[in-house]
Write a protein that binds this ligand. Structure first.
Ligand code: HEC
Length: 111
């Protein structure tokens, strides 16, 4: 019985540590118009779903708010390369662009 409780407690801790990504809104898109003219909520959500789909394979999903924009500019393209190395031709330049824009947009959400 004690073992079961400990296992359940451990499972709960693991679940509660999982990164919960902020849901993008039109406000996030509007904030980025100067930087990314014509950027849409649909593109932002596409970036988010690719991020969730491809970026939690080797490590837990990273929360974009935890990094500076400069770090993201460097690390995201590197990570997209890693995805393509593991699964050739998964992410094209457009996908890379959408993932990077997603990460940088939501990075600004904390302010
Ligand atoms: C093939 C394995 C792999 C995939 C797929 C992958 N990563 Fe990584 N990632 C790593 C490794 C290895 C590191 C360096 C060690 C670490 O911080 O976990 C890293 C580090 C990072 C860091 C920096 C962590 C830090 O603390 O400085 C970020 C941010 C990141 N990854 C984001 C992403 C994103 C975004 C994607 C999807 C495009 C992605 N990763 C996909 C292997 C991967």
């Amino acid at each position: 019985m004690k073992k079961i409780i400990l296992t359940l407690a451990a499972a709960l801790i693991i679940v509660s540590c999982a990164v919960k990504l902020v849901t993008p809104t039109q406000t996030d898109v509007d904030r980025m118009q100067a930087k990314y003219p014509g950027y849409t909520l649909d593109e932002l959500n596409q970036g988010k779903s690719m991020y969730e789909q491809h970026c939690a394979e080797c490590h837990k999903l990273k929360n974009p708010t935890k990094f500076s924009e400069e770090e993201l500019q460097k690390v995201v393209p590197m990570m997209v390369k890693k995805v393509n190395k593991k699964h050739p031709n998964t992410l094209d330049d457009n996908a890379k662009d959408l993932i990077l824009k997603y990460a940088i947009t939501m990075n600004g959400h904390k302010k």
